[in-house]
Structures are given as structure tokens and as C-alpha cells.
Ligand binder design. Structure first.
Ligand code: ZN
Length: 85
């Protein structure tokens, strides 16, 4: 079982910062936690992150022509950490 740390590099590329410490709220069950703790599946079509509590899909990353497309619609809220940059 992989967690959010497995996609830290991909998330960094997409969001331009470390997202493993970002706090997300599940749109299905309301569970709140940092992205480092989500369940990650790399072999779904693209990369899929699921809620550790209810298994709902929170985040999907699909790469098309070298550009990563991110769907975060599974989150009720996603609070990005403050960047030092
Ligand atoms: Zn949930």
C-alpha cells in the first residue's frame, strides 16, 4: 500500500510546492488529513488517490502528452500549505 509520499514529486511538479503537508477534506465522508496519508494507487488509469477512511477517489492525475492533468474534485476542500518560496 502506497501513501501520498509516493506521489510527492508528481504533486510538486503539478502544484509547484510540497503538497504532502497540504490538508484535504474528503467530499464523501468529511475525513480530514494531510495528503501524505492518502492511499495511492499507481496502476489505475493514471494515479489515483483514495480516502484512507471511506476509499472514495479524492484525486486523479493523468498524464497526456507530457502534461499532468489533475482532478481534485473528490475533495470537499484542499488547503495548500504556505510556500516558503
Ligand atoms: Zn472519505
Amino acid at each position: 500500500m502506497l501513501d501520498g509520499n509516493a506521489i510527492a514529486g508528481t504533486l510538486h511538479d503539478v502544484f509547484g510546492g510540497d503538497m504532502t503537508t497540504a490538508t484535504g477534506t474528503c467530499g464523501s465522508c468529511g475525513d480530514r488529513g494531510v495528503l501524505a496519508e492518502v492511499r495511492v494507487y499507481l496502476h489505475a488509469p493514471g494515479i489515483v488517490a483514495r480516502c484512507r477512511h471511506c476509499e472514495s477517489v479524492l484525486l486523479v492525475i493523468v498524464e497526456r502528452r507530457g502534461v499532468a492533468c489533475v482532478d481534485v474534485s473528490g475533495f470537499a476542500a484542499l488547503d495548500q500549505p504556505h510556500s516558503d518560496e
